[in-house]
Design a protein around this ligand. Structure first.
Ligand code: NDP
Length: 448
């Protein structure tokens, strides 16, 4: 029995590592269990390699624009295997820094699955570990496609294993991952079709963003079959087809990607042994302080299903460590006004309430301002698309409760506006801020 730790952390992804590091910095003795590479989904199979693909896709688009504005260049194809090697080398470096940080802080790393024996004890690699605090940070995995022929499709994990660029791709889903992978593959010249069960894209965002993204994707040649419930995946010669509710089978595709959400990774934890409760979605039930139903057991990141975003997992973990090991008894993450970017082409950025959510909360006091305009480079290149930006204001003082946009640079523009929203800036504050000209961002402070 190892009982020399103050904190046991199950999972070496964003949430687990952030909690362990902050706790160790406050003097806690920490043991972290992770059977695979450190870094979890974000570093190994998510944000980091995805952003690498997105950056390469941006260059593909830039090459075409360069030609359109008059450069004497022929847009070239990406050497997929060479770029993947470059990407994986970058990921390996990021992972290496995690190993080093844990070692520097004296965090014991056990490279094994851990499961509960009771509410204070874990078992891993043939030994028991006991501590007064246990954090569950095992993350999530792609929701399995429960359809005939599902084994013929890949998910986002499979996408990162592709050894070559697929020519024809069908993507099931219309959320973050679906539109991000559609944008990447479409920018590289693959023929991409999105298949969604509802109308529209990005159903968790302000409706205008999904609409605008849909228009822009169609303009780039990405097809979108809406309101189409996929009934099965099947082989047709060398290709794949999707049988759907709307009569015609879709395809042929070389690759079908399922991007229909992520589910908590809890199966191997034996939560029953500790009495930890889960809800109907298998998410571990937690309160605002990330306490589970069992005293001394906490759950953070994707596994509690609150907001499946890396910076949220990190922030929640740090707050918990401050509470447990630095005497900050009220420390907890405020989940309101979390900014988020979808790395579509072009990117979508959003913070605060959608117009619909604001109307529910603030009724008739809601005022919406929006702008559509052609970014200068698109105009110079003779492209017709327009970006879209929107402010949702509420109350007599017209506090800005939502900032939403889609267009080049939105991924970088949004962070500063998220600060303004968190600080309670009003529409008048936005207008008083002198614009930076000529930029896209200035639209947010000049919207009439
Ligand atoms: P999302 O929740 O964003 O989207 C899931 C999509 O799949 C929705 O369009 C949903 O449709 C659809 N769907 C769900 N179940 C089914 C089903 N049974 N059949 C057909 N369609 C279905 O999940 P993702 O998988 O795209 O991403 C998972 C999470 O990872 C995201 O929620 C996000 O939090 C995180 N992530 C964040 C990124 C970022 O920060 N840039 C990037 C990638 C992922 P409907 O709208 O009808 O529910």
């Amino acid at each position: 029995m190892h009982d020399d730790s103050d904190l046991l952390v199950i999972g070496g992804g964003s949430a687990g590592v952030a909690t362990a590091i902050r706790a160790a910095r406050h003097g806690a003795k920490v043991t972290l269990f992770e059977p695979h590479e450190l870094g979890g989904t974000c570093v190994n199979r998510g944000c980091v390699p995805k952003k690498a693909m997105w950056l390469a896709a941006e260059l593909a688009v830039a090459q075409r624009m360069a030609q359109e504005v008059g450069f004497d260049v022929q847009p070239g194809k990406l050497d997929w295997p060479a770029f993947v090697a470059r990407r994986e080398a970058y990921v390996a470096r990021a992972r290496g820094s995690y190993d080093k940080r844990l070692a520097d802080l004296g965090i014991r790393l056990v490279r094994a699955h851990a499961h509960f024996v009771d509410a204070r004890t874990l078992h891993a690699d043939g030994a028991d570990y006991r501590a007064s605090h246990i954090v569950i940070a095992t993350g999530s995995r792609p929701r399995p496609l429960a359809l005939p022929g599902a084994e013929l499709a890949i998910d986002s994990d499979g996408f990162f294993k592709l050894g070559a660029q697929p020519a024809r791709v069908g993507i099931i889903g219309g959320g973050y991952i679906a539109v991000e992978l559609a944008g990447v593959l479409g920018s590289f010249g693959s023929q991409v079709e999105l298949i969604t069960r509802k109308q529209g894209l990005l159903s968790h965002f302000d409706a205008d963003l999904g609409r605008a993204l849909g228009e822009m994707m169609r303009a780039e040649g990405i097809a979108h079959h809406e309101g189409c419930a996929v009934q099965g995946v099947r082989r047709d010669g060398d290709a794949l087809r999707l049988d759907c509710s709307d009569h015609e089978p879709h395809g042929p595709y070389d690759v079908v990607i399922s991007a229909i959400g992520r589910v908590p990774d809890i199966e191997s934890l034996r939560l029953d042994a500790a009495g930890v409760s889960v809800n109907m979605y298998n998410e571990i039930v937690t309160d605002a302080f990330e306490n589970t139903s069992v005293d001394g057991v906490y759950a953070l990141g994707d596994v509690n299903g609150k907001l499946q975003l890396t910076p949220v997992a990190i922030a929640a973990g740090r707050q918990l460590a401050e509470r447990l090991f630095n005497g900050q008894r009220d420390a907890h993450l405020d989940y309101a006004n979390v900014p988020s970017v979808v790395f579509s082409h072009p990117p979508v950025g959003s913070v605060g309430l959608s117009e619909a959510a604001a109307r529910v909360q603030y009724g008739d006091t809601v005022k919406v301002r929006s702008a559509r305009f052609a970014p200068m480079l698109w105009s110079l290149a003779g492209r017709e698309g327009k970006t879209f930006m929107k402010l949702v204001c509420a109350g007599d003082d017209e506090r800005v409760v939502g900032v939403h946009g889609i267009g080049p640079g939105m991924d970088e523009i949004l962070q500063g506006f998220a600060v303004a929203v968190r600080m309670g800036a009003t529409y008048a504050d936005f207008l008083k801020t002198v614009a930076i000209h000529p930029t896209s961002a200035e639209e947010f402070v000049t919207m009439g």
